[in-house]
Design a binder for this molecule. Structure first.
Ligand code: SDX
Length: 403
């Protein structure tokens, strides 16, 4: 039995799809979206333009981008019902994570929840009509992602909705909806908006990571994309994945100062704690995104003031990358190591950091989902096998006869 299938726990070495979306070379530290190096996109593109590239395979013409941006921003405007939906998750006794609340609320917009639509093979038929319906859902999810994310944040602060003004780009609209500094007539600072746009672009996709795999596992059963996004969000939330940016801040706060770094590293070597923000399943050298984020941090701190945790973060980074324990295991900083320092300097609370990861990553999830729906020989449900190592056949024993 075992001979007929490969046993590969954690999918360390299993390719389950063919994809032309994102390319990673973990040895060389290369990341490309549809062939374009991440460094060039971070430098010259915007998050929403790169979103178009990831979804549709080519950089948009001016006309294509204008239409795409209009469609997506149209769906960011605020419904009263968003307040009720997101508000419903605000159960103070055991507050659900703001990430789960936000993205579970997204599911309320699933048109498939409408019985008239449910059960149809809406997306995988590949017809022109299905493509139009699919793209409309993609625009809605991209637009609503910033609305639910912002509203969950505002509701927690007891603040009502605010409709975004026109003339702002996607990331500026998000900052405006958040109005996270709660200033009257808040206008996004251009340096901050640009820095967040670069962070969004860097987080947009990363081939078949844990949450993208969750998106496709659920999508392969032809569930609607809103439910698949909710599943992907749940996967992202874990501290081994997108939750690491929050874990890094908690780790740096616990370490307290550069002097305490050696003691912390000793605990890591004894495997009592994990070095959050370090290590990666694919990168065996520095994550190319972390270098760009490190540079962006300086630009943000020039506006917000230096994050006091930066000294500890730099001391920990410098100690770890020259320590045999980490070098021998090829552990380097990943995308989550520096991003939390920026989000904190921008005034976001740690439990909001993974929302800031989820919002851009919705693009990658949807790009992979669209690719799955349109794959040539139709959608096959994902149903991995196992190796059974349990009991052989045995007979039932009445409870009185069990000792
Ligand atoms: C993201 O997949 C993606 O692309 C994810 C992501 C994306 O964009 O989608 O890039 C985003 O999730 C980045 C990773 C964020 N997570 C963290 O920073 C959490 C800390 N990192 C580790 O948990 C770990 O490195 C993982 C989960 C990221 C990767 O784990 P692997 O590939 O399963 O590696 P492993 O656990 O087999 O580790 C190999 C060795 C082990 O030691 P030994 O058993 O050989 O003695 O390295 C050690 C591990 O103990 N190790 C670490 C470590 N990471 C690995 N030791 C201390 N601290 C760490 N961070």
């Amino acid at each position: 039995e075992a001979g007929v299938r490969v046993y590969d726990p954690g999918f360390m070495n299993t390719a389950v799809i063919q994809s032309n979306i994102t390319f990673i070379d973990g040895e060389a530290g290369i990341l490309r979206y549809r062939g374009y190096p991440i460094e060039q996109l971070a430098e010259q593109s915007t998050f929403l333009e790169s979103a178009f590239l990831l979804l549709y395979g080519e950089l948009p013409t001016q006309q294509q981008f204008k239409l795409f941006e209009q469609e997506v921003l149209h769906h960011t405007y605020v419904h009263r019902d968003v307040e009720q939906i997101v508000g419903a998750f605000r159960y103070d006794a055991h507050p659900m994570s703001i990430l789960t609340a936000s993205f579970a609320a997204l599911g309320a917009f699933a048109p498939e929840a409408n019985p008239a639509l449910a059960g149809q093979k809406l997306y995988s038929s590949g017809t022109t009509e299905a493509l139009a319906v699919m793209d409309k859902q993609i625009f809605r999810i991209l637009g609503k992602a910033i609305t639910v994310g912002a509203m969950a944040y505002r509701i927690r602060q007891g603040r009502a909705f605010n409709a975004p003004p026109s003339g702002l780009n996607y990331t500026e609209t998000y900052l405006y909806l958040l109005d996270h500094l709660n200033e009257p007539n808040y206008k996004p600072n251009p340096v901050i908006a640009k820095a967040l746009d670069i962070l969004f672009l860097l987080h947009a996709d990363h081939e078949l990571n844990c949450s993208a795999a969750a998106m496709l596992q659920v999508g392969s059963s032809l569930a609607d994309p809103y439910s698949a996004v909710a599943a992907a969000t749940a996967a992202l939330y874990g501290p081994l994945h997108g939750g690491a940016n929050e874990a890094v801040i908690r780790m740096l706060t616990a370490i307290g100062s550069p002097e305490n770094v050696p003691a912390y590293l000793e605990k890591v070597k004894k495997k009592e704690v994990v070095l959050s923000g370090f290590g990666h399943r694919i990168y065996r050298t520095s994550d190319p995104r972390s270098k760009i984020i490190r540079k962006t941090a300086e630009e943000v701190f020039a506006v917000t003031g230096r994050n006091p945790l930066l000294d500890t973060a730099m001391a920990l980074h410098d100690a770890a990358i020259s320590d045999e324990y980490f070098v021998s295991r090829r552990l380097y900083p990943n995308v989550d190591y520096w991003s939390g320092l920026i989000y904190q300097a921008l005034g976001f609370p740690p439990d909001y950091f993974t929302v800031l990861f989820a919002i851009p990553r919705v693009v990658g999830w949807l790009a992979h989902w669209r690719q799955l729906m349109l794959q040539k020989n139709g959608v096959k449900i994902w149903r991995p096998r196992q190796l059974y190592v349990g009991e052989g056949e045995r007979d039932y024993v009445e409870i009185e006869k069990r000792e």
